[in-house]
Ligand binder design. Structure first.
Ligand SMILES: [Zn+2]
Length: 439
């Protein structure tokens, strides 16, 4: 097999030997856990890559290629790249050396042209597999640590906010050229901000900046953060610029099971797929025929949440489809985390593009999403969550207004929820705290 593979790459090299390839630009995308180096190339370029130690560096040899522009300087906060240099060799070949701050695993692959870029050679730098899980020193268990806790600590429910696309992948392009990856990030940040103010909820951003995260990696991040709900935020595009409105998706039944199996297999060999995903299609559609039971439970929770969010979006303006949609989006395939995907609007519609760019509309979208998320979580909150525990035992000095303030509910809501005949409270009395409805 290996011999055969070698033979093929050799043939590719021979085939391309004649034409010189221009490297139009080099772009750097530092992310917290990886760094992506992208070469904009005139054509698929034959190349080889090898890693050298002491000091750590990566050498990329590009066959019959020349640089058309100066190589950028690595950002000081880049966790992998210390610098990049280049030199021509063998009359016409180009050697690029990535000087590293730490040992890294490197992977290279070619991407086909998309709406924004032409052919690209991508180099991904990641932490080496062996260094990924440093051994924890065995901790001494002391007597004090074994004491039972006086109180069970109630947890926040975690919402993983996934801003679609990023970095190399701009997503859909607006009529005026705005990029989906940018506007969805702005909406995601608004949502994060709103959730931070909510008692009992916690937000986790799947990506924090303008870099690409593989679709399976997005699910893995949500799982690592023990997310209770995964919300992927996107903006649609269609060739007909009149099409408009928002839609909410959950995973379709087709494609659930095989992905569950695949996901488990991925867990086993913990292969990292950053960048290993084809970006040729906007959203990766995979189909399958079987149905997995655990996915079914997750799916019904997803559908429930999606319905709540769609209801809120309807209050905000026109929805594209009146019902929750189902599709085989890869990013929705966590077998154990209810996941939904929101197409906030059509960025290809000039009027909706303008709205998507407005901070005010972004806030309204985020608020509508939060309201839907909250409604769903309040209905389904597990007993160990802060959200489910909404009872207050009256202590000395408590007043109705103090309690209303504390839980951010109105005094009237408290009166109604507890059928209070008057506002006088007594120590030891238990009040039911009604749900807080968004702000
Ligand atoms: Zn998208």
């Amino acid at each position: 097999m290996r011999f055969f593979g070698l033979l093929i790459s050799l043939l590719v090299v021979l085939d391309c030997a004649a034409a010189q390839v221009d490297i139009e630009n080099v772009r750097l995308w530092p992310a917290p856990k990886h760094t992506r180096v992208v070469f904009d190339v005139g054509a698929p370029v034959p190349h080889s890559l090898f890693v050298l130690e002491k000091p750590s560096r990566i050498v990329i040899d590009l066959r019959n290629a020349r640089l058309r522009r100066a190589i950028p300087v690595a950002a000081s906060e880049d966790s992998f790249l210390a610098g990049i240099r280049s030199a021509s060799r063998n009359r016409g070949d180009l050697r690029v050396v990535l000087d590293l701050k730490q040992a890294a695993r490197a992977k290279s692959f070619l991407l086909k042209p998309n709406a924004k870029y032409g052919h690209r050679l991508v180099i991904d730098l990641q932490v080496p597999v062996s260094a990924k899980q440093p051994k924890q020193p065995v901790r001494q268990i002391t007597a004090t640590k074994l004491k039972p806790k006086a109180k069970v600590k109630l947890r926040d429910l975690v919402i993983a906010i996934d801003a679609g696309h990023g970095g190399e992948d701009p997503g859909a392009l607006g009529a005026r050229g705005s990029k989906e990856k940018i506007v969805v990030m702005q909406i995601a940040r608004q949502l994060e901000k709103l959730i931070r103010r909510e008692r009992g909820l916690r937000a986790v951003m799947v990506r924090r900046g303008d870099y690409y995260v593989g679709l399976r990696e997005r699910m893995r991040i949500a799982r690592r953060e023990k997310a209770d709900l995964f919300v992927s935020i996107h903006a649609d595009a269609f060739k007909d610029s009149r099409v408009r409105g928002s839609s909410v998706y959950v995973l379709s039944h087709n494609g659930a099971s095989s992905e569950a199996a695949k996901w488990l297999a991925d867990q086993e060999n913990s292969a990292d797929l950053i960048g290993g995903v084809s970006l040729d299609d906007k959203d990766d559609l995979l189909a399958s025929v079987l149905l997995d039971l655990s996915q079914t439970a997750t799916l019904s929770a997803s559908t429930d949440a999606a319905g709540d969010i769609l209801k809120q979006l309807k209050g905000l303006g026109k929805t594209h489809k009146r019902r929750v949609q189902r599709a085989g989006f890869m990013v929705l395939k966590s077998p154990d985390i209810p996941s939904i995907l929101i197409e906030t609007a059509f960025i290809s519609n000039p009027a909706e593009e303008r709205k998507l760019l407005s901070p005010r509309h972004q806030r309204s979208l985020a608020a509508a999403i939060l309201k839907g998320v909250r409604a769903h979580l309040e209905r389904t909150a597990p007993p160990d969550s802060l959200l489910a525990a909404r009872k207050h035992v009256i202590a000395r000095g408590d007043t109705l207004s103090k309690i209303a303030n504390h839980y951010r509910v109105s005094m009237d809501a408290l009166r109604t929820a507890n059928a209070l005949p008057h506002d006088k409270l007594f120590t030891g009395q238990i009040l039911r705290i009604p749900p807080t409805h968004g702000s």
